[in-house]
Design a protein around this ligand. Structure first.
Ligand SMILES: *[C@@H]1O[C@H](CO)[C@@H](O)[C@H](O)[C@H]1NC(C)=O
Length: 403
């Protein structure tokens, strides 16, 4: 066997190893999903190796995807796109060209990426905002908040809060010709986490007079108490967000010290003085029956008490919006929640839906059967999935009817 064919053989075996991962059967584009999965896992392995060799922080390697997907702020015949700043925070602004003098709706959008990755300029996010602006004839403000590992909680929250608060001033809305009655906030994954946190905090902010009409939470991360929910157990190795990566994201949001991640992995870290929070993520109570399947509820086991002093933000509702009393949920605006079947974060979303409904907040819940985490990003280029395009269309259509 020649050198070339040997290399080819080894490459094929490696590719087959990477590509093969038993994925959900009811997915129509199984082979495509496997390739996407293989791509993400390869990147994850590279990041792990580079980190072990001391070459780069794990997230620095993972950021490659964000850079590779870079799309410049290009205006087209329908939408003017500019990179600018609001309240000193960079944003990408989409302003529709049609009917320039009439009052418009507005969407404040927060991208995902585990508080560490992603960006407004990623082509999938750029397209999502562009389509939203175009089809809704709405102003879209996509926020370029600062990321971990360089910046930790609450910087990410504070950046998105600063932009939202700035934009909701009457004078600013007027300047952008936006109808104050028709402003919504939306975000996916870590962006959904930030959107939920911002919406809650706005309720208690005496400076903000204009209310959000809608919050859209697209497969959001909402709690830091129980990392062994049925969805974490059932979807431990699902693309594009395996449990290990989600725990790493949570950990990096607060610190680069990996001892936090190790503590989270044991699911025995909530100090006794925080055990009153268990009830907010009691999935035995908050999860609809059909998602419990054969799982048996066990309450998380309290862990070491010094954890709470070391990472005080970990149970802060600005980081974990599910961890608040009912009184903090009352008064939230119409909420649209999207969850995916094969997603570790599924139950975070499902439990928020139950808790919001219980206190009378109007909630529309869309559950995407057969879908993986990040479905709305699968809208273009090599990541394109039919299901992704359908999910994007449904989301925009819903906004168009309700905002
Ligand atoms: C969780 O809910 C179940 C059923 O509603 C209840 O029996 C249990 O005591 C609860 N546990 C906690 C920690 O809240």
């Amino acid at each position: 066997m020649g050198k070339k064919s040997l290399c080819l053989l080894i490459a094929s075996v490696l590719i087959a190893y990477y590509v093969y991962n038993p994925l959900p059967e009811n997915n129509e584009e199984g082979w495509k999903l496997m390739l996407i999965d293989a791509g993400f896992r390869t990147l994850g392995h590279m990041a792990g190796i580079a980190e072990k060799l001391g070459l780069a922080h794990y997230m620095e390697t993972m950021m490659m995807l964000t850079y590779l997907e870079y799309a410049a702020p290009v205006s087209d015949e329908k939408v003017t796109v500019t990179d600018t700043k609001m309240n000193d925070v960079p944003v990408r602004l989409y302003v529709p060209k049609e009917k320039p003098d009439s009052l418009k709706r507005a969407v404040i959008f927060i991208h995902g990426g585990g508080w560490c990755l992603g960006g407004t300029a990623m082509s999938s996010y750029d397209l999502l905002s562009r389509w939203t602006s175009e089809r809704l004839n709405a102003v879209v403000i996509s926020i370029e908040y600062r990321l971990a590992p360089k910046y930790h909680f609450p910087v990410q929250f504070e950046d998105v809060y600063a932009v939202t608060k700035y934009f909701l001033q009457r004078s600013v809305l007027e300047e952008h010709k936006v109808d104050p009655e028709r402003v919504c906030i939306s975000g996916d994954s870590a962006g959904g986490n930030l959107a939920a946190a911002v919406t809650q905090q706005l309720l208690d902010d005496p400076d903000v007079k204009v209310k959000l009409k809608i919050q859209v939470l697209i497969y959001p991360a909402l709690q830091t108490i129980d990392m062994n929910l049925p969805s974490y157990q059932d979807n431990k190795n699902m693309p594009i967000l395996p449990k290990s990566l989600m725990l790493r994201f949570w950990s990096e949001y607060f610190t680069t010290d990996l001892s936090l991640m190790e503590a989270i992995e044991t699911n025995q870290y909530v100090p006794p003085e925080f055990s009153h929070l268990f009830k907010f993520v009691n999935w035995s109570e908050w999860l609809p029956e059909r998602f419990k399947r054969d799982h048996v509820y066990t309450s998380p086991v309290p862990g070491k008490s010094k954890f709470g002093q070391k990472y005080p933000g970990f149970f802060d509702p600005r980081a974990a919006p599910l961890l608040v009393d009912d009184v903090k949920l009352r008064g939230l605006p119409l909420t649209y929640v999207i969850t995916c079947q094969h997603d570790v974060l599924r139950d975070d979303g499902l439990m928020y839906v139950s808790r919001l409904r219980k206190v009378g907040v109007p909630v529309i819940h869309e559950h995407l059967e057969g879908a993986i985490h990040g479905m709305l990003l699968m809208n273009s280029g090599p990541l394109f999935l039919n299901g992704g395009q359908i999910a994007v269309n449904n989301y925009i259509e819903w906004l168009n009817k309700n905002l």
